[in-house]
Design a protein around this ligand. Structure first.
Ligand SMILES: Cc1cc2nc3c(=O)[nH]c(=O)nc-3n(C[C@H](O)[C@H](O)[C@H](O)COP(=O)(O)O)c2cc1C
Length: 375
């Protein structure tokens, strides 16, 4: 059924289709009985032990929604009705800003991909806080993903993140420092060890005062070199961060296409391997001690399973959801059980990081790793 809806939605510009989808999800969110029923029916697809714990967050299963879809926290209940085990809102900045000029979102169906250069368009942290405050249904964790305003100089970035913590952290179940969007000039520099340490220390200190105990994550780019991933992991551990979200969109263009020249971040199927390489590297560097949420190119249960085995404790989806539609969570959950059973895992938890424990057959690894320079 979504195939027909998608064909119609794809007749609209990507951003119009997004707005329409968000409006429908917002309306759905007002029908609380229907939301509860829909969520219960999706979760009934879990006939195996799917629960995971990520940095203290209890998730019913490992499939969550990535940041960027519901930037304003306007459709959280509608999204939870679709069965996601957590929803991340944002990226939010202290002050409202329009983002980049349109067009700024492009579909590339041939590659099951999107390119976006939205540029943190949002109505500001206080507006999202109103939406979060108005919610009364709390079946799963909601994360708040925060960033800096475009016109805030990089030297003052910390102030913006801290301001967002003040406004949003008490209303979310976890906080994400987004230092990896390619669409805010200079933002990714915040991933460098010295700046990152200062940023994370300041955010953590404020978080401990305004919302003690709430986990803090850092969202990182897939374009980091393997050595840079190691550095980020080391800083994260030194700062007592609760986990990493790996990864944001990539600035690489691993295919030729008329739209490939559009500036912005690439997501979807071409982002899968780069994200997985970062997950593997971060898991190995931390010896599995730093919880990871894997994101990038998840479309199928196999994709979820691959990220779990690579070291992610949960996954998030964005582009896959645009292509696969509202039934996606259910399909992923139905498909994951047999994959776990096939390999003798009694729970999702047992599969996390499995690739690091059992050396895969010698022939299988070099080929996959060689296909991506980060591995
Ligand atoms: C249109 C669009 C907007 C996005 N906006 C944000 C954002 O505001 N903050 C953020 O942390 N990630 C944002 N992302 C990145 C996604 O959360 C995700 O990390 C990335 O798209 C890779 O996952 P995917 O392949 O499942 O889409 C955005 C992605 C897309 C496609």
């Amino acid at each position: 059924m979504y195939r027909i809806a998608r064909a119609l939605l794809f007749l609209l510009s990507a951003e119009r289709a997004h707005r329409l989808g968000m409006t429908l999800l917002r309306w759905l969110g007002h029908l609380s009985g229907m939301c509860r029923g829909m969520r219960a029916r999706t979760l009934a697809a879990v006939t195996y032990d799917a629960s995971v714990k990520v940095a203290g967050l209890e998730l019913a299963h490992p499939v969550a929604l990535a940041a960027g879809l519901d930037k304003e926290a306007e459709a959280v209940d509608g999204l939870l009705a679709l069965g996601f085990s957590a929803v991340e809102v944002g990226t939010l900045t202290p002050r409202a800003q329009p983002g980049n000029p349109k067009p700024r979102l492009f579909r590339i169906p041939e590659h099951r991909a999107l390119i976006n250069r939205m540029g943190f368009n949002n109505h500001g942290a206080a507006n999202a806080a109103e939406h979060l405050r108005a919610r009364s249904w709390h079946p799963a964790p909601v994360g708040v993903n925060i960033g800096k305003n475009k016109d805030t100089p990089l030297e003052r970035a910390v102030d913006d993140y801290v301001a967002c913590v003040d406004t949003l952290a008490p209303l979310g179940d976890y906080v994400v420092v987004n230092a990896s969007s390619p669409n805010t000039p200079g933002l990714r520099k915040l991933q460098e060890p010295e700046q990152l340490t200062a940023l994370l220390r300041a955010v953590k200190e404020r978080l401990s005062r305004v919302a003690p105990g709430k986990p803090l994550f850092l969202k990182i780019a897939p374009d980091l070199t393997p050595e840079a991933v190691d550095e980020v992991v080391d800083v994260a551990l030194a700062c007592g961060l609760d986990g990493l979200i790996a990864t944001n969109t990539t600035i690489a263009r691993p295919f030729e296409h008329p739209l490939a020249k559009e500036a912005g971040g690439l997501s979807g199927a071409p982002a899968r391997e780069p994200a997985n390489a970062v997950i593997r590297r971060a898991f190995a560097r931390s010896g599995g001690t730093l919880p990871l949420i894997g994101v990038g190119g998840v479309f199928t249960a196999e994709d979820v399973y691959e990220k779990l085995r690579a070291g992610a404790s949960a996954v998030q989806v964005y582009t896959g959801f645009i292509y696969e539609g509202p039934g996606m969570v259910r399909r992923l959950l139905e498909g994951l059980g047999p994959l776990l059973a096939r390999d003798g895992f009694r729970s999702v938890r047992e599969a996390i990081g499995a690739d690091h424990r059992v050396p895969p057959p010698a022939a299988a690894v070099p080929e996959r790793q060689a296909s991506h320079p980060q591995a």
